[in-house]
Design a protein. Sequence first.
Length: 318
Amino acid sequence: MPDDHSLLVALCTHNPNRGFLAETIDALARQTMAKEAWEFLLVDNASTTTTARDADISWHPRARCISEPKPGLTAARSRVIREAVTTGAKTILFVDDDNILAPDFLERGLALGRENPRLGCWGGQLIPRFEEEPPEWFKAFKKYLALFDLEEDIVSEAFKGNHDILPAGAGMFLKTELATRYIESMALHPLRRLLGVNGKDPMRGEDTDIGLFALAEGWQVARFRDLILTHITPSVRITMDYVARVLEGAACSDVLLRSIHGEPLPKRDGWITRLRRYWQARRLPDPHGRFYAAECRGRHRGFSILTREGVHSFRLKI
């Protein structure tokens, strides 16, 4: 494979489930692409267990396990990007510790990147593997948990409010050139450092930010049907409590993302409006009431973060 398409596969993990991690690594070991053509980096992100460090990656001739002591997805991915620059990899593939890639995922993914050099970041279908059948209400919220099937390819060069065009971080290919510029942009927009998942903190939004940044830099983003990833979804993730935390984080991140990208913000609620929304949520049946309350909390937290970080020039959406 030519050097201009060299690939670094990065598996970032924090206190992983041993069984899920083993399946993820086994799927990488079964890739059709020759192992000499890609590098494998296992990033142990501030784990308090030895599960990641004990994982067998000896099957790969270019595998390394490194530790990133600063907790949080942003810190782990920033470390990966620095490693990619050091090793000369032109493309990065981010894999989570509960992702099972189809055997041709690497080979097809790089081929798609070669066919369209304007692609900055791209991904595929994220098919759930549930431990138990989810409740009926869950179907309307599965995209928030990076569960996303496709009927056709989506290739975009502009964001018009439809988040479906933006690939998830799970199974995301990212040009190193673009990734480096993204890390550099954090000096101008320190809010970006707060977007990644960090332990039990419900914050999330880094994947969206990367996609929006790619478009702003003149790249295309895409999702492809031929890239198949199975996302292991344990029972705890289909509960109302878990989904509520995800929705709270998404609402909080939305406020920060709008500020970062110069988009109008939703109107900030005063205490009277917050009290009214609280009672509205109490009157709604579950899960709608619980989720509505979570989104309200998230939006309020987002504005609180802007104030704390000294971002006062809010452009309000009337």
